[in-house]
Design a protein around this ligand. Structure first.
Ligand SMILES: [Zn+2]
Ligand SMILES: [Zn+2]
Length: 497
């Protein structure tokens, strides 16, 4: 399996070695100064992803430091970007540090924009996230160009960002400002994903940003870690925070998925699954590979369309981030499940898609995961009108995305025919949803994340969820644990002291 992106990133960093050395020395000098003021307060300002999913971005500030955490886009609403114009975020050039929890575009897409605005400081993230974010951001530019949109920055800014990235391993306490220490913990959500713990002042306050979390183990990762020596304030994702947001367990979900695929196969149809390039695709590859090996599914081709293969290669390059059993299998090439021969990359463009659509039964995993663009649009066009085929949603579909509209029953969808006039496409294939493969904790998992924290936080801000999700999680956590909870709006500032 090729790992060109990993090599590209490494080669690039090698070329820039001298500049990187100067940059690291400068950062080191700034961080290791004595704090000039007493830490009397900590503030968190919400720049996005409050009462919505998308454009995750926050400012964490003290009297002398300002840190930006995440800077994402909003799937299905390209114009809605984080509120970087707020005074708390400005001047952007003077931010002390940027911290990225994970590579998904709703957290990372607009990070390179900061360098266009004059930011020249460090980006702290894990090594796997560094490689994945580079891959996804370049794909983001590529997809925008293909769809005739003007992206807000050029690929040069992605290179600037990589040059300024400092990688941090889980569990390593790192000074990122004279008065702030950062520690990453496994978030169980995607490769390299982290819960970010900030120790502010001389033990004055501790703030945790959950990022996106999965609380229990999955095939790919151990469940999220919530073992922090101290936490007063927790900023917590709420994607599945509603009272009835329970996912079926993995075994039931896998049974339902294989049933749907078998039924479609028997009627000579094809299965198409929209999936993020990073996360659900690899989880599904493991599920499908095992089901075929154990004859619960016929061995048919599984086509990967979009950046899935490259993202999978990065998983193989960082086995230390994966669960024990899987890590062992990957280290033995002949047992590496990602290399099973039924996985085939769609690298022949539209012509190859047409051949596949006209051919034998198969399974197609294609980006984008929320049907907001990318090759999945071609698959809807090629397969959507045939009732023998099946579309299966396995991941979260955010409000405002085409994926959410189809999932809620819409069958007439606007279709942009080669950029000319808009046409309607009528979907006649089966549309199904299987829960339990999500990279997000369900309501139970979110509650357990807080319940098993020791000590528990004094205050929780519920973010990264629809309004009903953040509201219901907020009131649920309050009732259950008798701690202060909020469901903030965008552009609010909370002061902790
Ligand atoms: Zn995510
Ligand atoms: Zn997210």
């Amino acid at each position: 399996m090729e790992s060109s992106t990993v090599d590209n990133v490494r080669n690039f960093l090698m070329q820039e070695r001298d500049e990187r050395r100067e940059f690291l020395e400068r950062v080191g000098d700034q961080i290791h100064q004595e704090p000039t003021q007493d830490t009397e307060w900590v503030r968190v300002t919400t720049l996005g992803c409050c009462r919505e999913v998308g454009r995750a971005s926050f400012i964490l500030s003290t009297p002398e430091t300002r840190i930006l955490i995440d800077c994402g886009d909003k799937p299905g609403a390209e114009g809605e970007v984080p509120y970087l114009q707020l005074p708390e975020a400005n001047p952007i050039a003077d931010l002390d540090a940027v911290v990225l929890t994970h590579a998904h575009l709703d957290h990372s897409a607009l990070l390179p924009l900061l360098f266009k605005y004059g930011y020249d400081g460090p980006v702290y993230t894990t090594q796997a996230t560094r490689d994945l974010m580079g891959l996804l951001q370049l794909d983001y530019l590529d997809v925008a160009a293909k769809e005739g949109r003007t992206p807000p920055y050029e690929s040069e800014m992605v290179r600037e960002e990589l040059k300024h990235t400092i990688t941090v391993d889980y569990g390593n306490v790192t000074d990122i400002a004279p008065d702030i220490k950062l520690t990453f913990h496994n978030a169980g959500h995607i490769l390299g994903s982290a819960v970010a713990h900030f120790h502010v002042g001389d033990g004055f306050h501790n703030v945790v940003f959950s990022g996106d979390v999965h609380y229990t183990d999955t095939r790919l990762f151990n469940g999220a870690s919530n073992d922090f020596p101290r936490v007063e304030s927790l900023i917590m994702e709420s994607t599945y925070g509603r009272r009835n947001d329970y996912q079926t367990d993995q075994e039931d979900s896998e049974r339902k998925l294989t049933e749907l695929i078998n039924d479609t196969y028997k009627q000579n149809g094809k299965v198409v699954i929209p999936a993020f390039a990073v996360g659900r695709s690899q989880e599904l590859m493991l599920v499908l590979e095992e089901a075929m090996r154990e004859n619960r599914l016929p061995t048919i081709p599984i086509y990967l369309d979009g950046m899935i293969r490259e993202a999978t290669a990065i998983h193989t390059a960082y086995p230390e981030f994966l669960r024990d059993g899987l890590r062992q299998r990957i280290l033995h090439e002949d047992e590496n499940p990602f290399l099973a021969e039924q996985f085939q990359q769609v690298d022949g463009g539209q012509e190859m898609r047409e051949d596949i659509a006209g051919g034998e039964p198969c399974i197609i995993l294609s980006t984008s995961g929320m049907v907001t663009g990318g090759p999945i649009m071609s698959w809807l066009e090629l397969l959507g009108s045939d009732p023998k085929n099946t579309l299966i949603f396995v991941g979260y579909q955010a409000q405002g995305t085409l994926g959410r509209r189809i999932q809620s029953g819409r069958r007439e969808i606007p279709f942009n025919d080669r950029g000319s006039r808009s046409e309607q496409l009528t979907l006649r294939f089966d549309v199904e949803s299987v829960s339990g493969f999500s990279g997000h904790a369900d309501r139970n998992g979110l509650e357990n994340f807080v319940r098993t924290m020791n000590p528990r936080p004094e205050r929780v801000l519920c973010v990264h969820g629809d309004e009903s999700s953040t509201d219901q999680l907020s009131s649920g956590l309050y009732q259950e644990f008798n701690i202060r909870t909020h469901a903030p709006k965008n552009m609010e500032t909370f002061r902790f002291d």
